[in-house]
Design a protein around this ligand. Structure first.
Ligand code: WCA
Length: 559
């Protein structure tokens, strides 16, 4: 289907934005201005963001909640330009070079991202909780030329041999730091930076996601993807009158959700953000009270925590809470609205492969009228609900796999043509692996997942990765990892294991074996010893069967 056919559609003519002729859902929301990317072929993400910094340079951009350090927009802008000079002149970073960032949230994180992007280089980010071997794998896969590491994570990078600079000065070795580069490479004292000659289709970021199946893959996002999603975010801020909100950031900037909001996008509206380097529930409450936080882009476990929190805290400043990264239970949503009636709760839905948000609740009234929904297709998005058996596009209220098309859909999985072709079809539709339906008002409901992914605390856990580790144990003959529902974390990974005859392997030993090799959020938290893993004729693990067997056992044990 051509883009012209999309444009010709009159959304008001059909319920839910559904076109009966094409079986395509059109967004019922519209950007206020024409997308900038359609008129500019020379725009990079950093120029796009920096050109909209507020003119009042003394306006505070970031506050570190631990040290109370304040960074103004003026300082932020100077730091980004100075670091860009340092990376280019002192370290020889050039267009297309990949820079690996390994750090928890810190005030330098956005500086690093925007400086790297401004010289046409590419950022790849990782969770600092990852193990040495997980990090080594990503450094190799992304082809990174330089790493920027928080001092406490440096030892995890050493075995890779990649040239590394630290974020801040430290007593860990004598590596150069971003702080020093910024000080020594001011724009005025360095040679000018040549124009990066970046085009919107150039790669800007490689973030890692397991997609619908298999292990972690590099999601290649272009400047066009990032600029388009930042336009949408800016539109969301304007549409919800959030321009003057004080935001709280604890969601990690190494994932798309945190990166788009706090690493890049919100600066365009001169927002002030209070930044928590590490999440802790009590610290979050203290920050809300101390800084009179108005707006929190959050995730379901934190929303549940707020619902369960004791009285006595002052939440009166809160105005808006977003929910993304994992499904928000209808009960939690209702309990939150009851406890915090003055707060607008807006669920959204997005993937790394769609550069973040694809749907969102634009008004609180809509959210209340459509409980359990994660909102409408964002401006510039098209959707399809596809019958999993027949491949046919389905009308409102019918359940199928959600497919998405928009300017924010990733370019490809890095170096993995097979996975790219299995995920994006020839017409550019992204197959999300999520099952849902769109109602007659255009609201999306996600009801299940056909992809293998497990979501623990909003983090992705790929069963295939844990299964490979389990199968490397000499006493394990076969293994499958399944998601089990958990009130606090959403889901927990549980291992179903076939052990070698007459071996003494215990549940705790299996848990320990995996835990020693993966980041904490990927640990298997339960083990079931079984006699055989159910598989289809094609050899695919029948995870749903294992999940229902597990649930039956749980029920029996409660009797
Ligand atoms: C705030 C959370 C919910 C909870 O934090 P936490 O309580 O510290 O728990 P962690 O999960 O971080 O830590 C797990 C474990 O790691 C341990 N840990 C802790 N820091 C350390 C340490 N530095 N070293 C080593 N061990 C440690 C910690 O002790 C703990 O161990 P354990 O007791 O075994 O679970 C945190 O999990 C979190 O930020 N989750 C969100 C993840 C996230 O942003 N995902 C987004 C993916 S992208 C996406 O889906 C986008 C969608 C989207 C949708 C809609 C939109 O509008 C836009 C976007």
């Amino acid at each position: 289907m051509s883009d012209e056919e999309f444009v010709e559609f009159q959304p008001q003519s059909s319920p839910g934005g559904y076109n009966v002729n094409t079986a395509v859902y059109h967004s019922l929301l519209h950007l206020d201005e024409a997308p900038v990317i359609s008129t500019r072929s020379d725009l990079d993400t950093a120029t796009y963001v920096l050109s909209q910094f507020p003119t009042a340079e003394s306006r505070v951009a970031l506050i570190d909640s631990v040290t109370s350090l304040r960074v103004t927009y003026g300082q932020l802008s100077v730091s980004i330009r100075s670091l860009a000079c340092g990376l280019y002149h002192a370290l020889g970073v050039r267009k297309g070079d990949v820079v690996f960032v390994l750090s928890a949230n810190c005030v330098l994180y956005p500086v690093i991202c925007l400086a790297v992007l401004s010289i046409g280089a590419v950022i790849t980010t990782a969770n600092p909780m990852n193990t040495e071997s997980e990090i080594g794998k990503q450094v190799r896969d992304s082809g990174a030329k330089l790493a920027v590491s928080a001092p406490e994570e440096l030892q995890k990078l050493s075995p890779t041999g990649i040239p590394t600079i630290l974020t801040t000065r430290s007593s860990y070795g004598d590596a150069l730091s971003v702080e020093e580069l910024i000080e020594s490479c001011s724009e005025s004292s360095s040679e000018p930076l040549p124009k990066a000659e970046v085009t919107p289709s150039d790669t800007a970021a490689i973030l890692y996601s397991s997609g619908t199946t298999g292990t972690s893959k590099g999601v290649v996002l272009t400047h066009s993807n990032l600029i388009s999603v930042i336009e949408i975010l800016t539109w969301c801020v304007d549409s919800t009158s959030s321009q003057h909100d004080v935001f709280l950031c604890f969601i990690p900037m190494f994932h798309i959700y945190g990166l788009v909001f706090f690493g890049l996008g919100l600066f365009r509206r001169g927002i002030t953000t209070v930044l928590m380097p590490r999440f802790n529930f009590q610290s979050m409450i203290d920050a809300i009270e101390k800084y009179k936080i108005n707006n929190i882009p959050a995730v379901p476990p934190v929303i549940l925590g707020l619902v369960k929190s004791d009285g006595g805290s002052d939440f009166s400043s809160l105005r808006r809470v977003g929910s993304g990264a994992a499904p928000l239970g209808k009960d939690v949503e209702e309990a939150f609205r009851e406890k915090f009636p003055w707060v607008e709760l807006r669920p959204g839905y997005g993937l790394t492969e769609s550069t973040g948000a694809a749907t969102w609740m634009i008004t609180d009234k809509d959210a209340k009228a459509h409980p359990g929904s994660c909102g409408m297709l964002m401006p510039s998005f098209y959707g399809k609900i596809v019958d999993v058996e027949t491949g046919e596009g389905l009308p409102p209220m019918k359940k199928g796999e959600l497919w998405l098309k928009s300017p924010t859909i990733m370019k490809e999985y890095l170096g993995n043509r097979e996975a790219t072709e299995a995920t994006i079809d020839e017409e550019g539709w992204l197959k999300t692996g999520d099952l849902g339906y769109i109602d007659e008002d255009g609201f999306l409901y996600i009801v299940d997942r056909i992809k293998e992914l497990i979501k623990h605390n909003g983090y992705q856990v790929a069963p295939a990765e844990l299964e490979t580790i389990l199968l490397s144990h000499t006493e394990i003959l076969d293994a499958a990892v399944i998601p089990i529902e958990d009130e606090a974390a959403g889901q927990i990974p549980v291992a179903c294991v076939v052990k070698a005859p007459s071996c003494e392997l215990s549940e705790q030993q299996v848990i320990q074996f995996v835990a020693s090799q993966v980041a904490p959020y990927k640990k298997v938290r339960g083990v079931r010893f079984i006699s055989a893993i159910p598989r289809s004729l094609a050899g695919k693990i029948l995870r749903k069967d294992l999940v229902s067997q597990f649930k039956q056992l749980q029920l029996l044990s409660k009797l």
